[in-house]
Write a protein that binds this ligand. Structure first.
Ligand SMILES: [Zn+2]
Length: 435
C-alpha cells in the first residue's frame, strides 16, 4: 500500500468516525472482517495461537491483540496506544431550549476545544443512544445524522466592533447551536433521535429513549491542501490519526505474536472513567493473558508501549512558542516527545527502541520538548508506564492547530507513522536491551 491509498482510506475512516463510539465500531468490524475474534469481558476467554482478538469496553474503548498463550515470560509484548476521543460540544440531557422562535441545542464543552473555531461551521450530530425495546430490554446503538443539523452563528462584526481584538467566549451564554425554527408541529429531541434510530436500524424495536451521549461534529470532509497537496486538513486528527495508524498496523501481513493495540476513550478529559486509560481495562486484559503475577512482571519488563498522540509542529507565525532547538516540522516524520517531569513517558532508553524501528525503515524522526515557560500537556503514555511498569515512549505525527475543529498535518506524516508501527508489529524480534 502506498501513501496516497493510505491517506484516501484514512479520510474514509475520519468521515465514518465522528465520535469515539464510531471509532470503536469501525475498528471492531474491520478487525472482525480480517478474522479477529470478538471477546467479551463478562465471559471466559479461550485463545488459540495465531488468532487475533479484540474486546471493547463501554462502546468507546477497544483493545485488540494477537496472543500466543504458549509464550512464556521471555516473550515481550509489543503494545501501542492512542485515544478515540477529541474535544467537542456534547449535547446536554435536556437538549433543547426555545428562544426567539428558534430551537437551540444545549451543549457542554467536552475537553479543551479551540472554541472560536466551532462558530459558523456545519455541525452534524452523532453518538451513542440507550433505548428500551418493546420487550423491556436495553439496546445501545451508535447513530449519526450524517448531515448538517445545527450551526453556531457568530455575532456580526457590526454588533461586536472589538471582535478582532478582544473576543472571548462566554460558554454558558454563547454556546447554543441553532437546530430549527420552532413551530407547533416541532418534534421533541427524543422523537428526533428515535426517528434517526429507526432510519438506521429499521429492525430495532426501540420504544423509549432512556439516554444519550451525543456530540456535535464538523461535517466538512478532510482535504488535501497546498500546491503539491502538502498538507491534510481535517477534524479529529488528534487522535484519530494515531488510532487509524495502530489499527492498520494490526492488519499487516506477518503480524507477530503478542502485539496489542489500545484505543482509549476519555483521554481529552483526563482518562479517569470506566473506559479511560486510568481505569483497569488494559491491566485486566493483560491479567487474563498472563494470569501469573510473576510471569506477567517478567514479560512486562521486556515489553514496550508506544503511546501515539499528535505533536505540536512549529507554527511559522508563532515560532517563539517553541523551544528554539526543538522545532518539529510537518512532513518530517514522527516526533518523539520528551519531558523531564515525565508528562511524556519517553526516556533515552525507550526512545532508542523507537529510533531503531525508524532507522531500519529509513523513516526520519524528530524531537519535541515544550518551551520551558509553558505547561506541558500529557498523554496516556505515563499512565501505561505507571500502571504496567513497562518501558514507554511517547511519539506522534507533527500537527498544527491542535484542538481546532479543523486541524492540519503533513500529507506524508500519517503514512510515515504507519510504516514505523507496522514495522514494530512485524519485526522478527523486539530489540533487546541488556542492563
Ligand atoms: Zn491527543
Amino acid at each position: 500500500m502506498d501513501s496516497s491509498t493510505f491517506n484516501q482510506q484514512f479520510f474514509d475512516f475520519l468521515q465514518s468516525c465522528p465520535t469515539p463510539f464510531h471509532v470503536t465500531d469501525f475498528i471492531a468490524s474491520g478487525l472482525q472482517e480480517a478474522g479477529f475474534i470478538a471477546l467479551h469481558e463478562g465471559e471466559d476467554w479461550h485463545m488459540e495461537k495465531g488468532s487475533g482478538y479484540f474486546c471493547c469496553r463501554d462502546n468507546g474503548t477497544i483493545i485488540a491483540f494477537k496472543a500466543n498463550p504458549q509464550s512464556g515470560p521471555d516473550a515481550p509484548w509489543r503494545m501501542c496506544g492512542a485515544h478515540t476521543d477529541s474535544p467537542a460540544l456534547q449535547i446536554k440531557p435536556n437538549a433543547i431550549r426555545s428562544s426567539n422562535s428558534l430551537e437551540q441545542l444545549c451543549v457542554e464543552v467536552y475537553g479543551g476545544p479551540l472554541l472560536n473555531t466551532w462558530f459558523d461551521r456545519d455541525l452534524g450530530i452523532a453518538g451513542r443512544v440507550t433505548v428500551a425495546t418493546e420487550s423491556g430490554s436495553l439496546l445501545i446503538r451508535t447513530i449519526d445524522f450524517n448531515r448538517p443539523m445545527a450551526i453556531l452563528p457568530s455575532l456580526a462584526i457590526h454588533l461586536d466592533r472589538g471582535a478582532n481584538k478582544e473576543h472571548s467566549i462566554e460558554k454558558q451564554k454563547q454556546l447554543y447551536p441553532l437546530l430549527c425554527h420552532a413551530t407547533d408541529t416541532t418534534v421533541s429531541f427524543e422523537d428526533l433521535i428515535l426517528e434517526q434510530l429507526h432510519h438506521q436500524y429499521p429492525d430495532s424495536s426501540a420504544a423509549e429513549l432512556l439516554g444519550f451521549d451525543l456530540f456535535c461534529y464538523d461535517c466538512q470532509a478532510p482535504s488535501f491542501i497546498g500546491r503539491n497537496n502538502d498538507f491534510i486538513a481535517a477534524s479529529r486528527l488528534d487522535n484519530l490519526l494515531s488510532s487509524y495508524v495502530g489499527y492498520r498496523a494490526l492488519l499487516e501481513d506477518g503480524l507477530r505474536d503478542n502485539c496489542l493495540l489500545l484505543c482509549s476513550n476519555h483521554e481529552e478529559i483526563g482518562s479517569s472513567s470506566v473506559a479511560g486509560a486510568q481505569g483497569n481495562f488494559l491491566q485486566s486484559v493483560l491479567c487474563r493473558l498472563l494470569p501469573d503475577d510473576s510471569l506477567r512482571a517478567q514479560s512486562m519488563h521486556k515489553s514496550l508501549f508506544i503511546s501515539m498522540d499528535n505533536s505540536h509542529a512549529v507554527h511559522p507565525n508563532f515560532a517563539e512558542k517553541h523551544d528554539p532547538q526543538h522545532l518539529p516540522l510537518l512532513n518530517h516524520g514522527p516526533v518523539v516527545k520528551y519531558n523531564s517531569n515525565q508528562r511524556y513517558a519517553s526516556t533515552s532508553r525507550s526512545a532508542a527502541l523507537f529510533k531503531i524501528l525508524c532507522n531500519e525503515k529509513k523513516i526520519p524522526y524528530q524531537a519535541f520538548v515544550m518551551n520551558n515557560d509553558m505547561a506541558c500537556g500529557s498523554t496516556i503514555g505515563p499512565i501505561a508506564a505507571t500502571t504496567l511498569g513497562v518501558q514507554t515512549v511517547d511519539i506522534g505525527a507533527p500537527s498544527l492547530a491542535m484542538h481546532s475543529i479543523r486541524e492540519t498535518t503533513g500529507s506524508r506524516d500519517p503514512y510515515m507513522l504507519y510504516q514505523s508501527i507496522a514495522h514494530y508489529f512485524t519485526r522478527s524480534v523486539l530489540p533487546r536491551i541488556t542492563d
